[in-house]
Design a protein around this ligand. Structure first.
Ligand SMILES: Cc1cc2nc3c(=O)[nH]c(=O)nc-3n(C[C@H](O)[C@H](O)[C@H](O)COP(=O)(O)OP(=O)(O)OC[C@H]3O[C@@H](n4cnc5c(N)ncnc54)[C@H](O)[C@@H]3O)c2cc1C
Length: 438
């Protein structure tokens, strides 16, 4: 059995490794010159930055977490998460609902009052079940937490109105806080939220790419980089996969690249399927990487909900994840700006983006301009799946079609789901589990 895997990001590489372990012949076809997709990292003048935004290794899925930690064994730094929200020029503990005592008193009252009033209304059955993400936020947290943080932050990262987003994906991902925790956090008793992420790992050397490199190591000679898949055809029992110059033959063809790239490779796709794919929404990402002389606060990352502070939605401090990702005496700052494809941000030059982020970091007292020794920009067209209200209908059409065609979809933009690295590896493990060893 020869399997062609379209896309050499984390999903494609893990799939190749696990199928190879079952005795299959594999070939990974990757468009870029380097494999790794969103999990690549770049080292330049002593600074290592993840180019698809700041990544950490964590999971509730113990099998997957063990797999990732085993893969980077000997190259791992364990860290305690220290994450904050930058709110009215103060650091508020993350998650917001666990940091209420850090708020100005009026806002603290607004949040706790809103939470309790809403809880009573929900228990009395006075509030209808949420129909969209915005309603889910109010239903879960009450108006104070919704209006101070949840709505502004979510509208900043998703670049989409929360009342036009689905809420099917949030249960489990954004946990409902117990009322006791809300009261404790408001009066200043320490509580932890998202405890599965309270301790996380990061490679000591090489950035997050060290994880995908280690996964790829046993199958490296089966990876073809610089191979942009442009046409796919079934002929008899075989798939013919082409980049316009060369045709690869395979018995099985698995897609881990975005469905938007897959559909244009195929002839005869029904208009309903094309329309469903065209309607799927996603965000792109700009990463602004800054290296400075001197220290940064001992924070893992910082959420920035305030639109007046600029376009950045999250700032991370990778030199805290690994002591090897910045030169001695220097620190690294990575600002993430999500944006819609082809919007105003896509048209901004690197200098404009760096200037905007530096102004914001100065405003936040995180640096002064004379400390800056390094800056660069990375852009990712596919960063986040956006779950609009039409999503479930559209993705069902897409999955049914590719299922019928015999091209399995595995990975973040192939399945078109908000999967983190652990979710991608879980999908791969589930895909490979029924495969009989050859
Ligand atoms: C800002 C940000 C922060 C994140 N932080 C975390 C984190 O802290 N922890 C975590 O677990 N996860 C995190 N993630 C999620 C993680 O990056 C993804 O889950 C994972 O990288 C997805 O891997 P993938 O292989 O499915 O997709 P991708 O990495 O997108 O790989 C798809 C591959 O297909 C290739 N391709 C596309 N078109 C073609 C073509 N025509 N021919 C051939 N190849 C093609 C692409 O070049 C790419 O290499 C984060 C994501 C973002 C955007």
């Amino acid at each position: 059995m020869k399997t062609a895997i379209l896309g050499g990001g984390l999903s494609g590489l893990t799939l190749a490794r696990l199928l190879k372990e079952k005795g299959q012949d594999v070939i990974v076809l990757e468009a870029e010159q380097e494999y790794g997709g969103l999990c690549r990292s770049k080292t330049d003048r002593g600074f290592t930055f993840d180019i698809g935004g700041s990544h950490i290794i964590f999971s509730r899925d113990t099998e997957v977490l063990d797999f990732m930690r085993r893969i980077i064994a000997g190259n791992e730094q364990r860290n305690n998460r220290n994450t904050k929200i930058f709110y009215k020029h103060q650091f508020v503990k993350y998650p917001f609902e666990n940091g209420l005592s850090d708020l100005p008193p009026e806002d603290r009252f607004f949040c706790i009052n809103g939470f309790i009033k809403n809880l009573i209304a929900v228990e009395k059955g006075e509030v209808h079940a949420p129909l969209n993400f915005r309603e889910w936020i109010y239903y879960t947290f009450g108006e104070g937490i919704a209006e101070c943080y949840m709505v502004p932050y979510n509208e900043k990262i998703w670049k989409f109105p929360t009342d036009r987003m689905s809420h099917h994906w949030v249960d489990g991902r954004i946990p409902r806080p117990p009322v006791e925790d809300i009261i404790r956090s408001a009066i200043g008793i320490d509580t932890e939220g998202y405890s599965h992420q309270a301790v996380f790992s990061y490679p000591l050397d090489g950035g997050i790419e060290a994880l995908v490199r280690a996964i790829a190591q046993p199958i490296e000679k089966f990876i073809r980089t610089g191979f942009i898949v442009t046409a796919i055809k079934k002929s008899g029992d075989q798939w013919q996969i082409s980049n316009g110059n060369e045709v690869i033959l395979a018995d099985q063809c698995i897609c881990t690249m975005p469905v938007q790239h897959l559909v244009v490779c195929l002839k005869g796709v029904p208009p309903a399927v094309k329309n469903a794919i065209a309607a799927l929404k996603y965000n792109s990402l700009v990463c602004v990487n800054i290296g400075i002389r001197g220290p940064v606060p001992p924070l893992s990352w910082l959420y920035v909900p305030d639109p007046l502070l600029g376009k950045t939605n999250r700032i991370s401090f990778p030199s805290g994840y690994s002591r090897h990702v910045a030169p001695e005496g220097c620190s690294a700052i990575l600002a993430e700006i999500t944006h819609r494809p082809h919007d105003e941000v896509s048209g901004m030059t690197d200098t404009e983006l760096i200037d905007e982020v530096v102004e914001m970091l100065q405003d936040m007292h995180l640096l002064t301009k004379d400390q800056i020794v390094y800056s660069s920009i990375e852009r990712q067209p596919f960063a986040y799946v956006v779950y609009d209200l039409e999503y479930l209908k559209n993705i069902a059409i897409v999955k049914e079609y590719f299922n019928g065609l015999g091209i399995p979809l595995v990975g973040r933009f192939a399945q078109f789901e908000y999967l983190n690295m652990d979710g991608c590896i879980r999908s791969v493990m589930d895909f490979v589990a029924p495969v009989q060893p050859e």
